[in-house]
Write a protein that binds this ligand. Structure first.
Ligand code: DLL
Length: 399
């Protein structure tokens, strides 16, 4: 592992002027990595570095060596551009194939891929990985939900790849066409790219009658293909740490947290050519678990959220996921909701709009669980917009 890290740091140092400048100003060279503990002396890479060196300034190889560009879905400003050499694509497809295999997919399986094709890494990442494993890929991409339902009913896929929120949209569409979503050919869902609570995971499993497994990844590091939940190890994701070295740090201080404690995931790529990242601050909150018996890969808990997703409402810190859990516990409510936070005068107002029926106790439970008053508005099923990719459910109007 130490050799691989040394090699990765040397590659970023010699290939990119920005990382060399970072190390130089910290008085470090790759030779200063003598033990794993030394890694924490090396500077972090931030999302803003990608913005500051837009579009190609983070590359460690000449642009001509890239055979593919992707971009992360920034909501504001310029997207984050990432590039892949032939070797990187080969690695990526191999790792997504590993995700699929770890989830229980096999060569010959029919795989319906409803992640968006295009700059987003979900569609083409799963496409390449599934072909590598030898699956029969249906490149459905996002949208045209009725046609997707038809394809699922006619072609009988065993594997479904999409965001968890789109899995719910497909379940609703199946119901609308008079089909029991539990009765389709689907057995395994490869769901990720957005936060989803354990309750949401259970709800999707029950609704579709499948194993809804969590997939983690991010464009700056690779795309999907970084970590995978296995059917035999629910709640944890196995990290492919032969290619990505994980650390967890305190989001405020950047110091390492204690063993198994929650903090921000930091990843170092060990084998990427075009875009090596050293100690990339993912913004994602999780904790590390040791490998399972007889295995070598470290694992991480399903994500709790992003450090920048946390809402501070009248001084109370709350993650959207915690509100989602309360919504899904309530039989009168559905998983379709939105959260609005506004400032009125000097007071923060939390407003939750959710599809369902009266007779719920959400406002009461928000108060008793989190000490927060929220106004709750119930709307008719089908009223709130449905998402084809990453769902946007939280609107903080104070920003
Ligand atoms: O979302 C890559 C991906 C595609 C992962 C398909 C899984 C499946 P980005 O668009 O760069 O890449 O967004 C990365 O999405 O930092 C997390 O905040 C969030 N995210 C990704 N996977 C999960 C997950 C893709 N399983 C950002 N649970 C990451 C919660 C996730 N959040």
């Amino acid at each position: 592992m130490l050799d691989a890290l040394r090699h990765a740091i040397a590659h970023a140092y010699s290939g990119t002027s920005y990382y060399r400048a970072r190390c130089d100003s910290a008085g470090l060279t790759p030779r200063d990595l003598r033990s794993l503990d030394d890694l924490r002396r090396f500077p972090f890479t931030l999302k803003s570095d990608f913005r500051d060196h837009y579009p190609f300034g983070m590359l460690a190889v000449p642009r001509e060596k890239l055979i593919r560009i992707h971009a992360s879905s920034g909501t504001t400003g310029k997207p984050t551009i990432v590039g892949y050499t032939r070797g990187d694509l080969d690695l990526w497809h191999g790792l997504v194939a590993r995700n699929l295999e770890a989830a229980g997919a096999r060569p010959g399986d029919l795989l319906h891929n409803a992640y968006g094709y295009g700059l987003f890494t979900g569609g083409l990442g799963f496409h390449g990985g599934a072909e590598r494993l030898g699956c029969t890929v249906v490149p459905a991409s996002g949208g045209q939900t009725e046609r997707q339902v038809q394809l699922i009913l006619d072609l009988k896929p065993r594997i479904l790849c999409c965001t968890p929120s789109y899995a719910l949209v497909l379940a609703e569409a199946l119901e609308r066409s008079g089909v029991d979503p539990r009765g389709t050919s689907l057995e395994i869902g490869m769901f990720g790219a957005e936060p989803w609570s354990d309750e949401m995971q259970r709800a999707i499993e029950q609704r579709l009658g499948i194993a809804a497994l969590d997939v983690y990844g991010l464009s700056e590091v690779l795309g999907p293909g970084v970590a995978q939940e296995r059917p035999s190890d629910r709640g944890a994701l196995t990290i492919w740490d032969d290619h990505f070295f994980p650390e967890v740090v305190d989001p405020a201080s950047g110091a390492p947290v204690g063993n198994g404690e929650i903090g921000e995931l930091v990843l170092t790529t060990l084998t990427k050519e075009a875009l090596p990242v050293i100690r990339y601050r993912t913004g994602d909150l999780t904790r590390l678990h040791p490998p399972r018996d007889g295995d070598t890969f470290r694992r991480m808990a399903r994500l709790l959220g992003r450090s920048d997703d946390m809402l501070i409402v009248r001084g109370v810190n709350i993650f959207p996921r915690q509100i989602e859990e309360l919504i899904l516990e309530d039989p009168a409510l559905t998983p379709h909701y939105r959260i609005d936070v506004r400032r009125e005068g000097t007071l923060d107002r939390l407003h939750i709009t959710v599809e369902g029926r009266e007779g719920h106790s959400l406002g009461h439970r928000m108060k008793s669980h989190y000490g927060l008053s929220a106004s709750v508005e119930i709307v008719e099923p089908g009223t709130l917009p449905r998402s084809e990719g990453k769902a946007k459910r939280v609107f903080d109007h104070r920003k």
